[in-house]
Design a protein around this ligand. Structure first.
Ligand code: URA
Length: 269
């Protein structure tokens, strides 16, 4: 009941205040749908409840050598999400890790193959070790609910796995060390649809430096092993908390995402 009220409040705030279809869509029935076809990863693989990950190859680290090379080698060696998480937890090449409480890997269901990528953990995420659990995360949950998703039917991670002190923007070096892990993360999830939350995410994932107001709402492609994955850049929920008038833009983007997921489920391009 609380979920449906929050979703309704989000829709009204976003300007979706009139009925379009003849028949109401039962979002909660939609939730009961099985995850999207074709995914091979299990939530157990990341929660640590599944089979124990293979030992991660040992690499010399912290010797002022080649942390980006180490990140690449460790990420490449991970054959599933549990191994990638273990690799990140033992990687010492990024200074952000030293001031962070937790490595924030991901939340949600990787088998959904609907991948949301934010920027970096904040204070609450650093404490709890999970992405998007603070105020922006609560808004993200409402955004998900508005298109029939939740953390059992979507998967959420960040460009950075460690909180930058004072929530500052990551430096280019910090991002460079995080990117091999993020790229491998995307490959292992093998998403059908990807949603980038905010300009920092678009910049690092797509290598585009034009502002989020230019990129949002327009589908782009990301190459995963030769397959082009549709990517929707949209506004970050933290930005929407500051600029609620722009929720209607995010709502438009999310409607396009909902349609794309439906098409992917139906096996249409
Ligand atoms: N903002 C993000 O981009 N990611 C989080 O996990 C939390 C806030």
């Amino acid at each position: 009941m609380q979920d449906s009220l929050s979703a309704l409040a989000w829709l009204v705030e976003a300007g979706a205040d009139e009925a379009i279809g003849e028949v109401a869509v039962d979002r909660f029935a939609a939730k009961a749908n099985p995850p999207l076809e074709g995914g091979s990863k299990s939530a157990q693989q990341i929660s640590g409840r599944g089979p124990a990950p293979r030992p991660i190859p040992t690499l010399p680290q912290g010797e002022g050598g080649d942390p980006i090379g180490d990140a690449l080698a460790l990420a490449r060696a991970a054959t599933n999400l549990a191994e990638l998480k273990a690799a990140l937890e033992r990687f010492d090449g990024c200074a952000l890790k030293k001031s962070a409480t937790n490595t924030v890997f991901a939340d949600g269901n990787p088998q959904s193959r609907v991948l949301f990528i934010g920027e970096a953990p904040g204070r609450d995420e650093d404490r709890q070790g999970l992405p998007f659990v603070g105020r922006a995360g609560k808004l993200l949950d409402k955004m998900l609910a508005a298109i029939g998703l939740d953390r059992t039917s979507a998967y959420i991670t960040n460009v950075l796995n460690w909180r930058p002190p004072d929530n500052r923007e990551p430096s280019p070096e910090e991002a460079a060390m995080a990117l091999p892990f993020l790229r491998r993360h995307i490959e292992l999830v093998d998403p059908l649809v990807m949603i980038l939350l905010g300009g920092t995410s678009v910049r690092h994932v797509m290598g585009r430096s034009d502002g989020i107001m230019k990129t949002r709402g327009r589908w782009q492609d990301y190459n995963v092993g030769g397959r082009m994955v549709p990517v929707m850049p949209t506004l970050h929920p933290a930005y929407l908390l500051r600029q609620p008038a722009h929720k209607k833009l995010a709502w438009r983007d999310l409607q396009a995402v909902e349609q794309k997921i439906a098409a992917a489920r139906a096996g249409k391009p």
